[in-house]
Design a protein around this ligand. Structure first.
Ligand code: GAF
Length: 383
């Protein structure tokens, strides 16, 4: 893929670019906790976005998407939201400008193999890749957390999704064969060796469902959590997020919370506890216990947070019956996309064929199956 992107860049712009590889991410557990200042357990993976990028000495940014064979251009002055994939690029440039950095015009070609809308965060990969490329070309000297914040704010201000920091963090901090425990309040993080990779693989199963309400419902969930915090503040003084509340406290103040808000708060506080437990279990290589926490996470996402869909429930339910699967759940924002499954290495092919056949019988569609590996975060590479 890198060679194809570079060749296209030469053909279109006739000069030498730098190349950036920017990964998608998985998340073992800790969903919808990031914007509640909770815990997440993500990793960067081998699916990626590739950029070829060079400065062009003008005030215009030209971007060619190889996946759709489209050129889009925008001026550095007065950048306004609009467009599909190019909206993410505009958002990044705009947010770099907001930091007082002098962005210069550039030409780029972008391509990738992260399935769009599959919950593997192709958007954070587009954002992080551009931030890394521009930081390298223009010598901004931004650290990785600053770049993650640029991507997150780009997402808030341009596509308008009020996302947390997990996806951009994972994209920019990933390390080969390591999962990361991120505390989204302090932004402290730790890398853990991916011990279970000796016996298990992370397999993603794509439901092939893309619900258009994903972004609007995402923002609704966030608002419901904020409503919960506003109410719970009366009883737990000084809290600024659901991170300051335990699942037991949510139970204690249940009668003061509207039913949906209660469910959302219950899920988030329970999920935070699950992430910490799962982390210990994974470090001790207690996969059956870690797997149980993943199934419990799915259950909560489906019943309490209501961000699953029948297809994802079906996939998680199928996995739960299979002895070769330690744990499975829906992954990412929800309303479609992938399940993440921990599958015994020697059973990966059998599991893939089984789940494809059963899903096709049920929904008439063959789900794509991706056997992933854990890789480094976004970086400049040589072609
Ligand atoms: C999306 C968001 F971008 C993340 O910030 C996170 O909230 C996730 O949904 C759910 O855990 O990927």
């Amino acid at each position: 893929m890198i060679v194809a992107v570079k060749d296209k860049f030469h053909q279109l712009f006739g000069k030498e670019p730098i190349m950036v590889s920017s990964p998608g991410r998985i998340n073992l557990i800790g969903e919808h906790t990031d914007y509640n200042e909770g815990f997440v357990l993500p990793a960067a993976i081998d699916k990626k976005i590739i950029y070829a990028i060079a400065l062009n000495g003008t005030d215009t940014c030209n971007a060619y998407a190889l996946f759709s064979n489209e050129m889009a251009s925008f001026s550095l002055q007065n950048i306004q939201p609009g467009g599909e994939w190019v909206n993410y690029l505009k958002g990044v440039v705009y947010q770099l400008q907001q930091l007082g950095l002098e962005v210069k015009g550039f030409d780029c070609v972008v391509h990738g193999d992260i399935p769009i809308g599959a919950g593997m965060s192709s958007s954070a990969a587009v954002e992080g890749g551009l931030a890394v490329g521009l930081d390298h070309l223009l010598g901004f000297g931004l650290d990785r957390m600053q770049m993650a914040r640029v991507g997150q704010l780009a997402e808030h201000t341009f596509p308008g999704v009020k996302c947390g920091i997990m996806d951009q963090f994972a994209n920019l901090h990933g390390k080969k064969d390591r999962v990361m425990l991120l505390d989204c309040r302090s932004l402290e993080y730790q890398y853990f060796p991916f011990e279970f990779s000796k016996t298990y693989k992370i397999v993603l199963v794509n439901s092939m469902v893309h619900h258009s309400l994903a972004s609007s419902e995402y923002n609704v969930r966030r608002a419901q959590c904020e409503e919960g915090v506003a109410i719970l503040k009366q009883f737990v003084p000084g809290i600024t997020s659901l991170r300051g509340v335990t699942a037991a406290q949510v139970e204690q103040y249940k009668s003061s919370l509207p039913p949906k808000v209660y469910d959302r708060c219950r899920f988030v506080t329970q999920e935070n506890e699950r992430v910490q437990q799962a982390c210990t279990r994974l470090q001790n290589n207690e996969l059956a216990e870690a797997g149980r926490l993943m199934y419990a996470s799915h259950d909560g996402l489906s019943r309490l947070y209501e961000v699953s869909c029948p297809e994802l429930d079906f996939l998680a339910g199928l996995a739960k019956k299979r002895p070769e699967v330690a744990g499975a759940r829906m992954m990412g924002g929800g309303f479609g996309g992938c399940t993440i499954n921990l599958v015994k290495i020697d059973q990966v092919d059998a599991f893939g064929s089984f789940i494809q056949a059963r899903y096709k019988d049920q929904y008439g569609v063959v789900p794509e199956v991706y056997v992933t590996s854990i890789e480094d975060g976004a970086k400049v590479v040589t072609a």
